[in-house]
Design a binder for this molecule. Structure first.
Ligand code: NDP
Length: 316
């Protein structure tokens, strides 16, 4: 038997929990499915110093626990399950949880986020949070006055290298081809910054370190095979993000990289009653605070949608 819900929120990052807080305070008793990484990307960050309201910063996992408590305080129900498939061709909207349980929802707020891509080398995991980061804006500040490397050659890498160049003594940009994919203007900015050194045709062989964290990176020139060690204290990945939106393929309009398209200025998708918030629908800003902001928008949009639906029913 299918369970019936008014509002289902998929995802438990800042976007999901903020949507939950607003929906719960509006008396909608949302059901939130926490997903495969409860708390989302922030649970992989030590200190969050750029979320307004925390003058001393806050530990990422702690912040997510606080958001969860706040959402629960107003009546959000949290289920530690995964939405494994959906059917948005029917209304109420159908969701399958953990491949078995069916839920019918009047409104769905998608807050499934995005995941940073990693190179897939063991040392990356070993030094996660100890010098390896996938977010310069989040973690760059901890490397001020130090030497760092950024891997990637797109706009993110260019932006992160430029950002870090203002904090760090030197930034090594590791580019696997002999050209960058980044826009011309961003490339020019990188090339004109004296403390950014670009290593062309270069790939990461291994991140080196000890108990104190990262101490260097061994790179290899893929043309000559020559290996060298660059002494650094911070290693930043900027090889792209992947939105966690596969299960919505075929139902929702998305761009070519899988980010959900929403109606400008709203969180509405092409399917009635389905709203997309946070990083799953944002490839530009991708910040906790912007995710939280759109989470709020999603709850307000869902509330308005449900009220209009009720009016419709009352008059039919
Ligand atoms: P992109 O997919 O554009 O670029 C990823 C980069 O990482 C590519 O240069 C790619 O190299 C490199 N890369 C991928 N895998 C590896 C690997 N295993 N080893 C080494 N290098 C690797 O991702 P971005 O996050 O940079 O950008 C995503 C989108 O967001 C783009 O549309 C971008 O324009 C946009 N964006 C816009 C910004 C802005 O306007 N301010 C800021 C940031 C992003 P290769 O080129 O060889 O394939």
């Amino acid at each position: 038997m299918a369970t019936k819900e008014k509002v289902v929120i998929i995802g438990s990052g800042p976007a999901g929990y903020t949507a939950a807080i607003y929906a719960a305070r509006a008396g909608l008793r949302p059901m939130l499915y926490a997903g495969g990484q409860p708390g989302g990307q922030l649970t992989t960050t030590n200190d969050v110093e750029n979320f307004p309201g925390y003058p001393e910063g806050i530990n990422g996992p702690q912040m997510m626990m606080d958001l969860q408590k706040q959402a629960e305080r107003f009546g959000t129900r949290i289920h530690y399950g995964l939405v494994t498939s959906v059917d948005f061709s029917v209304y109420p909207l159908k969701l399958i949880i953990d491949e078995k349980d069916e839920v019918l929802a009047e409104a769905v707020i998608i807050a499934t986020g995005a995941s940073a891509k990693y190179l897939g080398i063991p040392s990356e995991e070993k030094f996660a949070n100890k010098g390896v980061s996938a977010c310069a804006i989040c973690d760059g500040y901890f490397y001020r006055g130090k030497e760092v490397a950024v891997v990637g050659a797109g706009d993110s890498a260019a932006e992160e290298a430029t950002y870090l160049s203002k904090l760090c003594t030197k930034v090594h940009l590791i580019v696997r081809r002999n050209e960058m994919r980044a826009s011309k203007i961003m490339q020019a900015r990188v090339k004109n910054t004296p403390n950014i050194e670009i290593h062309w045709n270069t790939e990461t062989d291994e991140i080196l370190g000890d108990d104190s964290g990262v101490t260097g990176v061994r790179v290899v020139n893929n043309k000559t095979g020559e290996k060298k060690v660059i002494p650094i204290q911070g290693f930043f990945l900027a090889i792209g993000h992947k939105p966690n939106t596969e299960i919505f393929n075929g139902y929702l309009n998305m761009d070519e990289t899988g980010y959900i398209k929403v109606l400008p200025g709203s969180t509405r998708t092409n399917v009635e009653g389905v709203f997309a918030v946070g990083d799953a629908a944002d490839k530009v800003y991708r910040q906790a605070v912007t995710a939280a902001g759109t989470g709020c928008m999603g709850a307000l949009d869902a509330e308005k949608f449900l009220a209009a639906k009720e009016m419709e029913l009352a008059h039919s």
